[in-house]
Write a protein that binds this ligand. Structure first.
Ligand SMILES: [Zn+2]
Length: 350
C-alpha cells in the first residue's frame, strides 16, 4: 500500500521551501497555513524542534538527513533521533535509514548532478518504527512509504516481513518516488502508475549496484530480499529479471502476480489498476537492456532511464516509455544501443 500524496492546495514541496525561508514572517505564515497531512506535520514538528536550522536552507550540494522515531505510532515524523553529521545510535533502524538515504542522495548527485529529491537541497526526512492503528491500539507497520514529503518505515510483522530499513533497494525505491514527484509525477494509476513503480524499482536496485560495484551480469535484480523473513517459498518482494517468480505458493503471500509480457498484462481494478503488478513488464525490459549492453547498469541503461523519467508526462503509458527510451538511446549512444533497447521492448510485446 502507498498512501496517496497529500491533497493540499499548496503542495508539500512548496510548503517545505516556505517553511525554510530566511524571512521569519514567511516562515511563520507557512507554518500557520499548514493544516493536515503527515508531510505537513513533518515540517511543523521539524519547525518546533529545530527552529534555528529552519532559518537556514539546506546548504547547496550538502546532504541533510533527519531521522525520526515514530515510537510505534502513526503520527509523523515523531521524535528527532539523528540529524546530519551526528554519530551512530544504538538503534539499527535509525542507522540504516541514515546510511541508505545517504547512499541514495550520493547516487543521484554523483551520477546526475542532482541536489536531493527536488534538486534544490531538500532535507531527507525519514521516520522509523512507524506503527499502524487497528482501532484499539498500535502494531508495527508492515510497509514503507513515501507520503509526498518524507519516508516512513515500519518494523514488519515479524512473521513474513522484518524491518523495512534493512534493504538499501527499498529505501532507494521510496526516495525515487520522491525524485519523481519533482519530475514527470506520473499519475499513480494504471500504466502511468506502473511506470512510476518501475522507475522506483530501477533506481532502487541501481543505487545498490552502484554502492556495491556490481555489474549488470552479476546483479541479482531483486527488490526487498532482506525485508522478507527467509522461507523456501519466497526470495524477494519483486524479481526484475524474472517477474512473477519472486515468491511462489507461499502460505501468506501466495504467488507473485507480476506479468513478464504484454499478453498477460493485468487489467483489473486492484492495486490502483496493477501499479505494482504490471511494473514487471518494463522491469524486465530494463534488465534485458542492461544485460545486453554489459558493464555497470547505471552507466548507460541507467542514464537513458533517468532522462526518460524527466521527459515523460503525467499520463504516459508503456508505449510512450518504449518510444522515449529508444529515442534517447539513439540520440545519446547511437544506433547499436537503440537497437538493444528496441529488441528488449519487443521481447515483452511492445
Ligand atoms: Zn513504490
Amino acid at each position: 500500500m502507498h498512501r496517496c500524496p497529500i491533497q493540499c492546495i499548496v503542495p508539500p514541496y512548496i510548503v517545505e521551501r516556505m517553511a525554510h525561508c530566511e524571512d521569519p514572517r514567511i516562515r511563520e505564515q507557512a507554518l500557520v497555513a499548514l493544516t493536515t497531512g503527515s508531510a505537513v506535520r513533518a515540517v511543523r514538528a521539524f519547525a518546533q524542534q529545530m527552529p534555528t536550522m529552519l532559518a537556514v536552507p539546506s546548504p547547496v550540494g550538502r546532504r541533510n538527513r533527519l531521522i525520526y522515531d515514530a515510537r510505534g505510532r502513526d503520527t509523523l515524523p515523531g521524535r528527532l533521533v539523528r540529524a546530519e553529521g551526528q554519530k551512530k545510535t544504538a538503534d539499527a533502524a535509525v542507522n540504516e535509514a541514515y546510511d541508505h538515504s545517504g547512499s541514495t542522495f550520493d547516487f543521484f548527485q554523483d551520477l546526475f548532478g542532482r541536489n536531493s529529491l527536488d534538486d534544490a537541497g531538500m532535507s531527507l526526512i525519514s521516520s522509523v518504527h512507524v506503527g499502524e492503528s487497528d482501532g484499539t491500539g498500535y502494531q508495527p507497520m508492515t510497509n514503507a512509504f513515501w507520503d509526498g514529503g518524507q519516508m516512513a518505515y515500519g518494523d514488519g510483522d515479524g512473521a513474513v516481513f522484518g524491518r523495512f530499513t534493512q534493504s538499501l533497494d527499498v529505501v532507494a525505491h521510496e526516495l525515487t518516488h520522491g525524485v519523481q514527484a519533482f519530475m514527470s509525477n506520473l499519475v499513480y494509476r494504471g500504466q502511468s502508475g506502473a511506470i512510476n513503480e518501475h522507475f522506483a524499482d530501477v533506481f532502487g536496485v541501481l543505487v545498490r549496484q552502484w554502492r556495491e560495484g556490481t555489474t549488470a551480469a552479476d546483479a541479482r535484480w531483486l527488490v526487498g530480499a532482506e525485508v522478507l523473513i527467509a522461507a523456501p517459498t519466497r526470495r524477494a518482494i519483486r524479481d526484475m529479471e524474472h517477474p512473477g517468480e519472486a515468491f511462489r505458493d507461499d502460505p501468506v503471500l501466495g504467488s507473485d502476480p507480476q506479468p513478464n509480457h504484454m499478453k498477460r498484462i493485468y487489467t483489473g481494478p486492484a492495486d490502483a489498476g496493477g501499479v505494482h503488478i504490471n511494473s514487471g513488464i518494463p522491469n524486465r525490459v530494463f534488465v534485458l537492456v542492461a544485460q545486453s549492453l554489459g558493464g555497470p547498469a547505471w552507466e548507460v541503461a541507467g542514464r537513458i532511464w533517468y532522462d526518460a523519467m524527466r521527459q515523460l508526462s503525467r499520463t504516459s503509458q508503456f508505449a510512450d516509455l518504449a518510444r522515449i527510451t529508444a529515442q534517447i538511446a539513439g540520440d545519446e549512444y547511437g544506433s547499436g544501443v537503440r537497437k538493444a533497447v528496441r529488441a528488449a521492448w519487443k521481447k515483452v510485446g511492445l
